[in-house]
Design a protein around this ligand. Structure first.
Ligand code: NDP
Length: 330
């Protein structure tokens, strides 16, 4: 028997979570059984933990947890053997497939990535989908020609998970980082991660009629979307790129094609969920070299399975700072 945070529906169809002891025979099918050590809380986890499952959970009872890291306990796949350290992000695990909010998980071998040298399971969950996505965004910007001498790079939703990791990686790579936050009290935190200056959310939240403003940003990692993304597109330097990662501020995009036509601006879509294995390995290898682990540790708030219902609600309200690491064995 092992511990799991089980989400189940009441008679009205609203889900709530309870800690339960369950058996291995209740785990879903899959080639690899993992002894989970750590999981985390992403925005999507907040949705899955909410009473209606955020429209993501398909069936109850359900175990959430989009990400987990741990060691292989049993494997029917030749790529993995007991004891191997592995990490899993995405593939709709924690949404349609049972995830990491339990002491054991059973998944497809194709979904796992061997942990790169130098990264522990705890550090991997401090990174999680949010940090992995931040790395994918930085790689996409670089692949489209971004380099430190091109100018300042903007990070939106900076005190959140994606934003914190993007700030730390970009600063470590020598970029000048401008961090957008709606929480001025997090200015010192963002500067400690390497942000050169703080931009108040209100400055970029207003819509403007002009499709182009002063050329300001060489690149942008955007976790916010909506009006803010539309505004940023008009402030990009000639040929600059925005990696669109999230929708914390809205899914709409009230823009014109002018920044694309007159300034050659690129809008790069970033998806972390269905990335092929080779891209995942590339991103995790870059995380091992380009994300300073002391900065990562400064982002971490530790938690347990019992804390998850509250933390899920907090992240949906934009109240979580940095990254949460859930020790499932406490
Ligand atoms: P967090 O909640 O940790 O961070 C989001 C941050 O956005 C908040 O901390 C806040 O930062 C800012 N924010 C919140 N609400 C608003 C608002 N109304 N207007 C402007 N800014 C706001 O979430 P994550 O970092 O985990 O995820 C960020 C986004 O990226 C989410 O939309 C998520 O769904 C998406 N995502 C997408 C992935 C992909 O594969 N494309 C993978 C992972 C996440 P501050 O307080 O500093 O302003």
């Amino acid at each position: 028997m092992f511990k799991a945070l089980i989400l189940d529906q009441d008679a009205e169809g609203l889900a709530s979570a309870s800690l339960q002891e369950i058996g291995e025979d209740q785990l879903p099918e899959g080639e690899v059984t993992v002894a989970v050590e750590y999981s985390t809380v992403n925005y999507k986890d907040g949705l899955c933990l909410s009473p209606k499952g955020g429209g993501l959970v398909r069936a109850y009872p359900h175990v959430g947890g989009v990400d987990f890291a741990g060691s292989v306990e049993a494997s029917d796949d030749p790529r993995y053997k007991p004891g191997d350290k592995v990490v899993l992000t995405g593939w709709r695990v924690g949404e349609v497939h049972w995830g990491g909010y339990a002491q054991k998980a059973r998944v497809k071998a194709d979904w796992l990535v061997p942990l790169p040298e130098g990264i522990t399971p705890r550090q991997a969950m401090a990174v999680g989908t949010a940090g992995f996505t931040a790395m994918l965004a930085v790689i996409a910007l670089e692949d489209h020609g971004l380099s430190p001498e091109k100018g300042e790079v903007l990070v939106t939703g900076a005190a959140g998970g994606v934003g914190s990791v993007a700030t730390a990686i970009l600063a470590h790579l020598g970029y000048e980082v401008a961090a957008v936050t709606g929480r001025p009290e997090q200015a010192d935190y963002l500067k400690s991660l390497g942000a050169g200056r703080i931009v108040a959310r209100e400055e970029l939240n207003e819509t403007v009629k002009r499709p182009l403003e002063k050329e300001t940003w060489a690149g942008c990692v955007d976790a916010v979307g909506g009006d803010m993304l539309a505004r940023i597109l008009g402030q990009m330097k000639y040929g600059g790129s925005v990696a669109a990662v999230g929708l914390a501020g809205g899914a709409g995009l009230p823009t014109t094609v002018i920044p694309f036509l007159l300034r050659g601006v690129n809008l790069l879509g970033i998806d972390s969920v269905m990335q092929p294995f080779e891209n995942r390995q590339r991103a995790w290898a870059r995380i091992a070299t380009d994300l300073p682990m002391d900065k990562l540790e400064a982002m971490v708030t530790p938690a347990t399975l019992a804390d998850l219902p509250k933390l899920g609600a907090d992240i949906l309200k934009g109240q979580v700072k940095g990254r949460i690491v859930v020790d499932v064995n406490v």
